[in-house]
Design a binder for this molecule. Structure first.
Ligand SMILES: *[C@@H]1O[C@H](CO)[C@@H](O)[C@H](O)[C@H]1NC(C)=O
Ligand SMILES: *[C@@H]1O[C@H](CO)[C@@H](O)[C@H](O)[C@H]1NC(C)=O
Ligand SMILES: *[C@@H]1O[C@H](CO)[C@@H](O)[C@H](O)[C@H]1NC(C)=O
Ligand SMILES: *[C@@H]1O[C@H](CO)[C@@H](O)[C@H](O)[C@H]1NC(C)=O
Ligand SMILES: *[C@@H]1O[C@H](CO)[C@@H](O)[C@H](O)[C@H]1NC(C)=O
Ligand SMILES: *[C@@H]1O[C@H](CO)[C@@H](O)[C@H](O)[C@H]1NC(C)=O
Ligand SMILES: *[C@@H]1O[C@H](CO)[C@@H](O)[C@H](O)[C@H]1NC(C)=O
Length: 401
């Protein structure tokens, strides 16, 4: 092993000089059918162009010697390829596009640490990654329709977009070093028991979790975009350090959900949607939430709503629940008349089929206040932060303190 690590780079360097004289390393592309074709660029420290593995390639394709690729690395429809390996490629500056490789079961890259874009689609025989160093840098990563059970080997510290979908066997995602997601992360339709852990993730942009059974993000402190949870199977979610979102926050269609907790959250930069979570009986866990920039939209079977510090909802509110607890609507109506809720307020208890953002409301115990209130008395209706008078104060005193 010492031989290949120490001697080979020296040989590669020597032949790179020769090769570069031959312009073999200058691209613009090389099409590889066999490992023999790949040997032509083995002497290139940097291959300045695209590497294409031909659809007719078969068996194991080894691309050894070459260390960097300035262009794309593409292999599409090579249904007879069983493995793609490389001992020395450390950087792919373009897109690494692997698609419809029906029997490829081994992806072994011993030195790879950086790829601009990863696009792996329809790799139904790929069960694990074999990356000795781990990929630490990537701008975008799409992993779709593989047989991966985990993504160990993707050891990112930061990423622009990460989209992981339709990997039916994926049950475990733990990217320990990931600190920053600068554009969007999305998980959907993976393994039924997918548990996701980003222990050190601090900053994220858009976050979407669909069909996930567990999510752990203890360090998350700020989300620049939207944060949404859809059709998930976890019972509870907590983001202990999250102080603000730039976009909306949504919990939708998660029948197992009984609670969520955002003990540090002060501002939701968009709307706040909670809908169709049949076992969510109390909407609380938002002890510091003061501002919702968009609309508030709650539909479900919840019996209580508690937001002690809420002072400003820029949009309207729609609240519909099967519960008979009319106090919920007393609360929202007074928040509207106190100017906390700026837009139209619709609140319905005893509603058989609670609806989000209804165009027309019918049935249930209607309690709607749609007039715009005078804004001079923008007092607190959901909490005791400032002194209040009248119904708002009474309700706050009785139900929220
Ligand atoms: C791959 O195969 C699909 C369907 O068989 C075809 O539509 C597509 O054009 C092929 N792409 C390439 C790059 O060969
Ligand atoms: C995340 O990335 C953004 C944009 O590149 C940067 O401003 C921010 O400091 C980074 N945060 C962390 C925790 O690394
Ligand atoms: C979040 O996604 C939306 C819609 O795709 C996009 O407009 C927005 O820029 C994203 N936010 C961030 C912070 O990347
Ligand atoms: C994921 O959730 C969607 C609804 O958001 C549902 O239609 C789909 O069947 C679910 N997929 C899996 C694999 O659970
Ligand atoms: C939460 O935030 C506090 C204060 O910024 C910090 O000291 C603590 O380490 C964070 N917790 C986690 C799990 O990151
Ligand atoms: C809630 O469920 C109802 C009935 O299945 C559906 O019509 C509605 O679109 C769902 N709402 C959301 C926000 O998913
Ligand atoms: C009714 O709703 C109020 C406000 O959320 C809450 O404090 C109270 O506990 C609820 N009552 C019942 C019986 O759930």
């Amino acid at each position: 092993m010492a031989f290949s690590r120490v001697i080979l780079p020296a040989l590669a360097l020597a032949s790179a000089v020769l090769a570069q004289n031959n312009d073999v390393c200058d691209g613009p592309s090389i099409t590889i059918v066999t490992s023999g074709d790949a040997a032509k660029i083995a002497g290139c420290e940097t291959y300045d162009g695209d590497i294409i593995i031909d659809p007719t390639a078969q068996g194991i394709i080894a691309i050894n010697g070459v260390q960097q690729i300035t262009g794309d690395f593409t292999c599409i429809n090579a249904t007879q390829v069983t493995a793609i390996t490389s001992d020395q490629i450390n950087t792919i500056q373009g897109t690494w596009h692997l698609e419809r490789l029906t029997i490829m079961s081994n992806l072994q890259f011993d030195s790879l640490t950086g790829v601009n874009n990863i696009e792996w689609i329809a790799l139904p025989a790929l069960q694990s990654l074999n990356f000795a160093q781990g990929i630490q840098r990537a701008n975008s990563v799409i992993i779709s329709n593989t047989q991966l059970t985990n993504i160990d080997g993707i050891e990112l510290t930061a990423v622009g977009t990460l989209n992981v979908n339709n990997n039916n066997y994926l049950t475990d995602v733990n990217v320990n070093d990931l600190k920053n997601i600068t554009s969007a992360l999305s998980f959907s339709a993976n393994g039924r028991d997918l548990a996701i852990s980003f222990p050190n993730l601090e900053q994220a942009a858009n976050l979407t979790f669909r069909n996930v059974s567990k999510i752990d993000m203890p360090s998350l402190s700020s989300v620049a975009g939207d944060m949404g949870f859809y059709s998930d199977t976890f019972k509870s979610f907590t983001a202990p350090n999250l102080t603000q979102t730039g976009g909306s926050l949504a919990f939708v269609d998660s029948p197992s959900l009984t609670s969520f907790a955002f003990p540090s959250l002060q501002t939701i930069g968009g709307g706040f949607l909670v809908a169709n979570n049949t076992n969510l009986k109390a909407i609380n866990g938002l002890p510091k939430l003061a501002t919702i920039i968009g609309a508030l939209d709650f539909a479900g079977t919840f019996n209580s709503v508690t937001m002690n510090k809420l002072t400003d909802v820029r949009g309207g509110s729609n609240v519909q629940t099967t519960s008979t607890n009319t106090t919920i609507c007393d609360l929202f109506n007074s928040a509207h008349s106190n100017g906390v809720i700026k837009g139209v307020n619709t609140c319905l208890t005893s509603k058989a089929n609670p609806e989000t953002n209804p165009s027309a409301t019918s049935g249930g115990t209607s309690s709607t206040s749609t007039s715009s209130s005078s804004s001079s008395n923008a007092a607190v209706a959901f909490g005791p932060a400032t002194p209040m008078t009248g119904l708002g104060a009474l309700l706050a005193a009785i139900f929220f303190i």
